[in-house]
Design a protein around this ligand. Structure first.
Ligand code: GUN
Length: 290
């Protein structure tokens, strides 16, 4: 069993990006600039945005965080997005989700120009990704594919079973894994899937992305499979300073011994998602996509 080290891989990718950026800055270009819009004070969102700022520093990017209070109106937020869409100093921006309930997330997502949507959430980017056109990739699926590539894990003709059909992980990952060049045979499972354990046992690559701690047990995993754990549920843990720990969707202790490769939580898929954001922002600054 080999552990897939997302933290190390992500550090390497950021160093590669930093090299590209340093060379460009030396040629007189300005650094790529990412803006994050943060509404309210959700603990998870604060942490994500702080990590994105740190990643920008590691990559040599400029970053700006724009904060709005919980009671910001949808119109005010749409006005801010319009400003960022038209600001030539901003290469890409994200609006951190979730948003307060009085704001329509879909309307906000669709207000972002696809050419600045470095989260890859706009339907234009989702659609372009699904038919293999240049686009900003969705963070988690692209991070997973990058891990598989860097660990030389074969995908061509392999059975890839994905548990979870969310718009930000399951669906876009299915589209990527079946793409020409990756060539996996993809099955997507969800809450209505019959004989789930049996389907999972067919997987050469099993991706758990449903958000239920410890859901994937050893009896669901084929000997020699690669298991990718996308779960990051906060479970109470009084022994931690934060009062919680992150729990994956895989019963790691019992599943790991059966695997060829497995990602830990934390330190597996998580750190890779921010890498995709950095890669997308660099490509936005280079004008590589639109
Ligand atoms: N909330 C949780 N993950 C993400 C993400 O990747 N992007 C944004 N904008 N919000 C999130």
């Amino acid at each position: 069993m080999e552990l897939i080290d997302g933290k190390l891989t992500s550090a390497r990718i950021k160093a590669e990006i930093a090299e590209t950026v340093a060379a460009r800055v030396a040629e007189g270009h300005r650094a790529p600039h990412l803006v994050a819009v943060l509404v309210g004070h959700d603990g998870g969102s604060e942490t994500y945005v702080a990590n994105k700022v740190k990643a920008c520093e590691a990559c040599g990017f400029r970053s700006t965080v724009i904060r709005r209070e919980e009671d910001v109106t949808e119109d005010e937020l749409l006005g801010l997005i319009d400003q960022l869409n038209n600001d030539p100093e901003v290469d890409g921006f994200i609006v951190q989700l979730p948003l307060p309930r009085h704001i329509n997330e879909q309307r906000v997502t669709e207000a972002i120009l696809p050419s600045k949507d470095v989260d890859g959430f706009h339907p234009v980017n989702v659609g372009r990704q699904s038919i293999g056109l240049p686009c900003f990739h969705s963070a988690t699926p692209a991070g997973i594919v990058e891990l598989l590539k860097r660990y030389n894990i074969p995908t061509r003709g392999k059975n890839c079973v994905i548990i979870g059909r969310s718009n930000i992980v399951g669906k876009p990952l299915a589209a990527l894994m079946m793409q020409k060049g990756i060539d996996a045979t993809v099955t997507v499972c969800h809450s209505a899937t019959e004989n789930l354990a049996e389907v999972c046992r067919q997987a050469d690559i099993l991706v758990a992305a449903l958000g239920r701690p410890g859901f994937v047990t050893a009896d669901m995993v084929k000997e020699g499979a690669t298991v990718i754990d996308v779960g990051t549920t906060r479970v109470p843990d009084s022994s931690r300073k934060s009062g919680f720990r992150l729990s994956g969707d895989v019963d790691f202790e019992n599943v790991a011994p059966k695997c060829a490769y497995i990602t830990p939580v934390p330190g597996g898929v998580g750190p890779m998602t921010i890498c995709t954001l950095m890669q997308n922002t660099l490509r936005a600054a280079l004008g590589e996509v639109y």
